[in-house]
Design a protein around this ligand. Structure first.
Ligand SMILES: [Zn+2]
Length: 105
């Protein structure tokens, strides 16, 4: 099993620790492994202008989640809040755990 720098997974709940959405929590909806970035639901919203595709299409502004660098998010432990990811061997399988309290993540 190869492991990249990103220990986070899709669906993980993370807290934003820097930038305009600092303190906000959300689920990871996308991981950009080659860029060390993640997209978090409802966080780092940016407005994008859409081009008109046809005469009927009014185009306009849509809001989308922009990616965040992994150093700006922290996984949230159910017990103690934002934390770092540690690993524990559970028999043959490596388990992700909270570095603070040891709770499985
Ligand atoms: Zn914990």
């Amino acid at each position: 099993m190869t492991e990249g720098k990103i220990k986070l997974r899709k669906e993980d709940t993370v807290q934003i620790i820097a930038g305009k959405d600092k303190g906000k929590r959300g689920k990871i909806i996308k991981i950009l492994r080659d860029k060390d970035r993640v997209v978090v639901e409802g966080a780092n919203i940016v407005k994008k202008a859409m081009k008109r595709k046809s005469q009927q299409d009014r185009g306009g502004i849509i809001e989308v989640e922009a990616s965040l660098h992994i150093s700006n998010v922290m996984i949230v432990c159910k017990k103690c809040g934002p934390t770092r990811i540690g690993y524990k061997m559970d028999g043959e399988t490596k388990q992700r755990v909270c570095k603070k309290c040891g709770e499985a993540l």
